[in-house]
Design a protein around this ligand. Sequence first.
Ligand code: ASP
Length: 326
Amino acid sequence: MNTNAVIAIHGGAGTILRASMSASAEADYHAALHAVLSAGQRVLADGGSALDAVSEAVRLLEDCPLFNAGRGAVYTAAGTHELDAAIMDGSTLDAGAICCVTRVRNPILAARRVLERSEHVLFTGAGAEAFAAAQGLEFVEPEYFHTEARHRQWQLARGQDRAMLDHDGATLASNNDDPTPHEPIDPNRKFGTVGAVALDQHGHVAAATSTGGVTNKQVGRVGDTPLIGAGCYADDATCAVSTTGSGEMFMRMVAAYDVAAQMAYRNVSLEEAAHDVVTNRLPKIDGRGGLIAVDARGNITLPFNTEGMYRGFARIGETPVTAIYR
Ligand code: ASP
């Protein structure tokens, strides 16, 4: 039995505008992160697998409208939602992912079914939805994913008449007379993808990541989240990783896999490998964001190169720790 069992989660990284922070919004985020960590911690304490713990944590984060995944996902340029998710089991290297789905309530559950019940790894669009339907997963009307905050954010991005990554909203935020964002991290400048990594009592690791992508993205655009090795990776021999940030750069750096590869090939610690990816390699191509990672010994690291990242971790029998700022 591994007594270092632990779960870590993130709810996106980005720029903090302290001026727009309300105490109650901050409390809401801490409470949401705490509840999700407690649920994941219970799975691990009951002897459940890391795979079960990360699935459950990400499912709950998808259902929470505060985060850009599942309900609360950002809008495409066409005013629709397209969701991506991936999950990987470090004990077998089995993986499953789906992208560009529009009506699957919990994309992470569809990714999990791909992992468990398909010979393939990644399904897209109509094929992904057909697979999810055949698996009996819950479908919702597109309006289910709508939230006022995301819609307002899209209207602002749309006014710029171009596709934009969330963090490009810096300009928007400063030009915008509407002081409505009351989130601790300016919603126009954050990457709200969610993710979880865990080590279970049996010594296995797993990772899961889910997102609505980036605001005003072109229809059909796919980021790093559902790509194994970019937004999600897990291998008992090294670590489990889930990322959030400017997806195109994380794809080009094969960011999640790079953490594992550095541990394997350079023989460095989890901390050192993750730190190198986030603070040295990604910034070289203007990659902004962060990641969470755990190794088979129960070490965890949650680095980011933005001003903040919604994050937390919980070990069995200990109070979950949550944080937003640096
Ligand atoms: N990485 C995600 C994407 O590019 C966005 C995010 O992390 O919020 O789709």
